[in-house]
Design a protein around this ligand. Structure first.
Ligand code: COA
Length: 388
């Protein structure tokens, strides 16, 4: 086994430029607002404008990391997403260009619903363990979209996380043991001709909870730490209440009581961003390290779930001095900068998303972020940096 310590050296968050308050959605669809606030644990959801997508959010998340560390040593960019913008070209290649990364870099997109950022992180850790001089940029970026007026509508959202994976990480070391679980389930998927996910919400909750136990048992069988040696948990949060369900299932399975209060801090960003699929688990981690100043040396259990379904449980150990490297103020600024939407404009934006690439398109300039999706020419997507 490699003696190299590998993990997350930097972590940065971005989201879309608009926000819808779920109280407004509740008023519109005649739902008790407590169902969304308490039952789902959600307050708001980020909504992309016409010139924003997974590429612009992913590049915006990675930009501060490049400002701090430069691009030296980055030879791989993994882009994890459920909401890919092309059937062939990796969204990461657009990001590579927007960020001005060196040509000597491999770029690939990974897909498995909300899970693939964890596959990317583990693959990144393997590459760095093989050559500790190399760094890997992992980007998880998604727009979670369901049909208007469906039960799933309140669990939409949009967000991105970028992580720099290196040797001797400043934030969190990835421990080598990991538990995995795969089962073919039709709980959530998105056919090629649809911009909205197809979901059996109740089945997805059952499949998620089964996956938690499957991954936990594999983790333990492979020598992973017992529950008593895991100090905090971050669970994938399609809606933040799901973290509590996962925690309860694990506690029941092990026949112990687990402190649910400790989960609250991990929901700080997801409550306001909504579901961000691949980024969701890592938004939970960002919220935890940004808010808690007593994590040095503590072990964090990370539960990743992607419908369809794949689950992985692994652990991180937070590094001494991590507080000096967190980016909570930047994330708060991005959340506060979002433009509030009324229901009419939200529904207009939702309806405007389309798959047709046959006609050239120029998007309205609405985003105040550093990157824009400017439109389509010759069926190809075009992007621009707006702050250069
Ligand atoms: N006050 C407080 N809580 C309320 C409430 C009220 N007035 N009304 C309902 N609730 C609670 C329900 O009891 C339920 O909690 P529980 O699950 O702990 O029992 C919760 O709010 C949701 O209510 P429910 O009736 O089950 O919601 P729904 O059928 O409208 O759909 C989802 C909820 C999550 C299934 C739906 O939003 C969905 O399909 N989302 C997309 C898929 C997804 O996110 N899956 C997660 C796993 S990947």
């Amino acid at each position: 086994m490699s003696a190299v310590r590998v993990g997350i050296h930097d972590l940065s968050v971005a989201t879309a430029g608009h926000v819808l308050a779920l109280d407004d959605l509740a008023a519109y669809d005649g739902t008790d607002p407590a169902k969304y606030r308490v039952g789902l644990g959600q307050e708001q959801m980020s909504v992309p404008g016409p010139d924003e997508d997974i590429v612009t959010m992913g590049a915006a998340a990675a930009l501060p990391i490049l400002h701090t560390h430069g691009a030296d040593g980055i030879r791989t960019l993994f882009f994890a997403t459920e909401s890919g913008v092309d059937q062939s070209k990796s969204a990461g290649v657009f990001v590579h260009e927007l960020l001005g990364l060196p040509a000597t870099c491999r770029v690939v997109e990974l897909k498995q619903a909300c899970y693939s950022a964890t596959a990317a992180l583990q693959a990144a850790a393997g590459l760095v363990a093989r050559n500790p001089a190399e760094k890997v940029l992992v980007i998880a970026s998604d727009v979670a979209r369901y049909e208007l007026d469906s039960a799933a509508e309140a669990t939409q959202g949009a967000g991105a996380v970028a992580m720099l994976v290196t040797a001797d990480p400043a934030l969190a070391e990835i421990e080598p043991v990991s538990g995995v679980h795969t089962a073919d389930v039709d709980d959530f998927w998105r056919p090629n001709d649809s911009v909205n996910a197809v979901v059996d919400g109740k089945l997805s909750i059952v499949a998620y909870l089964d996956g938690v136990i499957g991954a936990w048992e594999d983790f333990r069988a492979r020598g992973g730490a017992p529950l008593g040696e895991i100090d905090r948990f971050c669970h994938h949060q399609p809606f933040t209440r799901m973290a509590v369900k996962a925690h309860r299932r694990l506690a029941e399975h092990e026949g112990v009581a687990l402190d649910e209060e400790l989960l609250a801090v991990t929901t700080g960003y997801n409550r306001r961003i909504g579901n961000s699929y691949t980024a969701s688990l890592y938004l939970a981690l960002a919220a935890l390290i940004d808010a808690d100043d007593d994590l040095a040396g503590r072990r964090i259990g990370m539960f990743s779930y992607g419908s369809g379904s794949v689950t992985e449980l692994f652990t991180l150990v937070v590094q001494p001095g991590y507080r000096a490297h967190t980016r909570g103020a930047e994330t708060e600024r991005a959340l506060a900068a979002r433009t509030p939407l009324d229901i009419a404009r939200y529904r207009e934006l939702h309806a405007a998303t389309h798959l047709d690439s046959h006609a050239d398109l120029q998007t309205a300039h609405e985003s105040s972020g550093p990157f824009r999706f400017t439109g389509l020419t010759g069926r190809a997507r075009r992007y621009a940096r707006t702050d250069a």
